[in-house]
Design a protein. Structure first.
Ligand code: FE2
Length: 248
């Protein structure tokens, strides 16, 4: 594996001792320049280590064939656990688009952020209940669709976290440069890390996973809530409805 990305929630409670453990485990990759991280809502809890994880809200990492743009989608409201939804402002959106447009030719252009730009089913009955009670806990990123529309043609892969199940969507499939929107799911729950393969800055249309002992991709647990009906249980979703939704 050439490069490892962790799209947020490096810690559970945003605690310094949790970050120290993460740093200890990932130090060899970081020292070799093969690690990129963005913060998640959990990193804003406790000691609030989130804003220490990257410089500014948009960062660019060049690594071999990769042009990685990190976007911090957390906000101060994430200090409360029940307010775990993301935040994207127009200036940060513009900065993100510009950073992706600046990718040198021949590089795989990748956007990393924690929160999901498109709606996904709740991960648990607790989340579903919170949604029903009016909490924005599981809500997709505001300006998420706008972000995807604006980066179309300048980005090959969007990796997000936050949702615990793995999902993949191919957006703008009929365009010259399709966009893969992917979530590896929670690696600490599945015991798996997702592997992406590229050759000459083109993503291979495969789905591969790494683990200590398992070789099977995770089987999605039943989805919860009203959104569950709108999406297939297949972890690779190439639904015309979703593409139309984003393009609209
Ligand atoms: Fe999260």
């Amino acid at each position: 594996v050439d490069h490892v990305v962790v799209t947020g929630d490096l810690t559970h409670g945003g605690l310094r001792r949790e970050r120290a453990l993460f740093d200890e485990i990932f130090e060899p990759l970081r020292a070799a320049g093969r690690l990129t991280v963005v913060p998640g809502n959990h990193d804003r809890l406790g000691d609030d280590i989130g804003r220490e994880l990257m410089e500014g809200q948009v960062s660019v990492t060049a690594a071999d064939e990769l042009h990685l743009v990190g976007l911090d989608s957390t906000g101060v409201h994430n200090r409360k656990y029940v307010s775990s939804y993301g935040e994207l402002t127009l200036p940060v959106l513009e900065e993100t688009v510009a950073a992706l447009q600046a990718a040198p030719p021949g590089k795989l252009s990748v956007l990393l952020l924690h929160h999901h730009p498109l709606g996904l089913p709740e991960d648990s009955w607790l989340e579903w209940t919170l949604t029903r009670l009016g909490f924005r806990h599981s809500e997709e990123l505001n300006l998420g669709k706008e972000l995807l529309r604006r980066i179309a043609g300048h980005c090959d892969l969007v990796l997000h976290g936050h949702r615990h199940r793995a999902w993949t969507r191919i957006l703008f499939e009929d365009e010259a440069r399709p966009l893969m929107l992917a979530n590896a799911g929670s690696s600490t729950e599945s015991g798996l890390a997702r592997l992406f393969v590229s050759r000459e800055a083109r993503l291979a249309p495969t789905q591969e996973w790494l683990s200590a002992g398992l070789s099977e991709p995770p089987v999605p647990a039943p989805a919860f809530g009203p959104r569950a009906q709108s999406i297939s249980a297949d972890p690779i979703v190439q639904s015309a409805g979703w593409r139309k939704d984003v393009a609209a």
